[in-house]
Write a protein that binds this ligand. Structure first.
Ligand code: PLP
Length: 485
């Protein structure tokens, strides 16, 4: 949708009252966005066109756009123009719009596609900053040029060009050296989990998972009937030493080595080496879920665990959900030769890779360097957002929450102060009513401990720095409304 220029005309009363043209236009735009009159993703007129229409200098319009951009209302997308942010400041209630005709609905569905992230939501990157114009060009290129062969068949393990591009990307960005044939394209990490569950099904297989850990891994393995054993984590990551000498061996050990999910520390080098030795000795496979290893702020992260031993006992799982966007549903496994055939067979029969155009466009997105550029840009943006959230928490929430900053990732873990313990599930219910979406720490445990099991995971990827304080204030109001336990 493009906003007609006359919808932005300034009221003469405001101008007569002495308010500057800059101030009047900023106010007009803000309230049009907050009321939903200018919906998310609407394209604003160019500064030159609007200046001519309102008889204002182009520089005045540029100044207004820049200011609203810094406040999070607008997003500049280079030559494509300036757009209303897909992530509206939370707490706004767009005015109901009149029902659209079918044609209008079809036309606008593409523009409205970006989800409006609620503040503190975990797992959703800054989708409004994704270079959609490049992506649409690549997607259109491959849809247009599709050959009869593309339409007739697809490799169940993924488009060869994408497998090659992933292998090249991993060698540079994560130190993982693999041949393209070892890469199996999946429907995100969840698709990879589905593939692994089908390859190691039922109670004859055992899986170790981190406690606390990523709840989707635990739930998926349990659903598939595997025997799931939670293994506690300490400051160095999964603390499996006590289980080495006794008890049955696991078939799969799931670890988040770059940033432990949810606690955030990396798996130490010593622990990495002993885990590799353990897996080799017990013929177990380590599944390294490297969901956000690209995002680090304080220092360079350790290379992936899989990089320590090429063709060692590690299945490396990567996803494009964080570095591109979750709706893409693309991820991959890099598999050791010993299990390649088994996993290829499952992929062929049960979990084939998805449509060719998105895969081919993703291959170009990597191959032409767009992904590396986007990740670099996002690292800077997330560093700023993380910093803003940490200082807002220190300034406004230190009575209630204790925060241990993590060196990377896209979330902050906040625990309740020792004398202000509350049920994290209750706090989250209250926060949801305020349109905030923190995640309770307790969902990451299979057995929630009496101490240290309650807290909040706060995603910052979608939180504009200008809103950090206000959103933390709203979070604190949900916290203090919840009874102490
Ligand atoms: C630990 C962990 N692994 C993987 C993922 C990505 O999952 P998917 O690729 O299915 O979107 C996430 C997303 O939040 C995550 O937190």
């Amino acid at each position: 949708m493009t906003v007609p220029k006359n919808r932005l005309a300034l009221g003469t009363s405001r101008r007569r009252s002495g308010e500057s043209a800059h101030g009047a236009l900023s106010t007009r735009l803000r309230s049009a966005i907050l009321s939903g009159t200018l919906p998310p993703n609407a394209r604003l007129p160019s500064a030159r066109a609007l200046g001519l229409e309102l008889s204002l200098a182009r520089g005045t319009i540029v100044g207004v756009y820049e200011r609203l951009e810094s406040e999070g209302y607008l997003v500049a997308r280079g030559a494509a123009g300036t757009f209303v942010s897909a992530c509206l400041p939370a707490g706004t209630t767009p005015a109901p719009s009149p029902p659209k005709s079918q044609g209008a609905r079809r036309a606008s569905s593409k523009l409205d596609a970006a989800p409006v992230a609620r503040s503190f939501q975990v797992g959703v990157p800054a989708v409004e900053s994704f270079p959609s114009h490049i992506w649409s060009r690549l997607l259109a290129r491959h849809s247009r040029r599709a050959t009869a062969r593309d339409l007739a068949r697809a490799d169940p393990c993924g488009d060869p060009a994408l497998r090659g591009a992933i292998a090249a990307y991993l060698a540079v960005s994560r130190g993982v050296v693999a041949r393209p044939e070892q890469v199996i394209v999946t429907a995100g990490y969840q698709g990879a989990l589905g593939l692994l569950c089908a390859a190691f099904p039922g109670p004859q297989h055992r899986a170790w998972v981190e406690e606390p850990g990523y709840q989707f891994t635990r739930h998926a393995l349990t659903l598939a009937g595997l025997r799931v054993q939670p293994i506690p984590v300490d400051d160095e990551g999964i603390a499996f030493a006590g289980r080495c000498s006794n008890g049955p061996s696991p078939d799969l050990v799931f670890v988040t080595a770059s940033h432990q999910m949810p606690l955030g520390m990396p798996l130490s080098l010593a622990r990495r080496l002993s885990l590799l030795a353990f897996a080799r000795a017990r013929a177990a496979l380590i599944v390294e879920d490297d969901y956000d290893g690209e995002f680090h702020y304080a220092s360079r992260p350790l290379p992936a665990l899989a990089s320590l031993e090429p063709d060692g006992p590690v299945i490396y799982a990567g996803t494009f959900s964080k570095v591109m966007f979750p709706g893409l549903r693309l991820g991959y496994l890099v598999v050791p030769e010993g299990v390649r055939e088994r996993l290829e067979r499952v992929a062929t029969l049960l979990t084939p890779a998805s449509g060719f155009a998105a895969q081919a466009a993703t291959a170009d997105f990597l191959g032409e360097g767009h992904l590396a550029r986007h990740v670099r840009r996002m690292r800077r943006l997330y560093a700023e957002r993380r910093e803003a959230l940490l200082s807002a928490l220190a300034e406004r929430a230190s009575d209630e929450l204790l925060v241990t900053p993590r060196g990377g990732g896209l979330l902050v873990l906040a625990r309740f102060a020792p004398d202000r313990q509350r049920s994290d599930q209750d706090v989250v219910r209250r926060a949801k009513a305020l349109r905030l979406s923190p995640t309770p720490l307790s969902v990451c445990f299979s057995h929630v401990p009496r101490r240290g099991g309650s807290g909040l995971l706060l995603g910052f990827a979608g939180l504009h720095p200008s809103r950090a304080r206000a959103e933390v204030d709203r979070l604190v109001s949900a916290i203090v409304a919840s009874p102490l336990v």
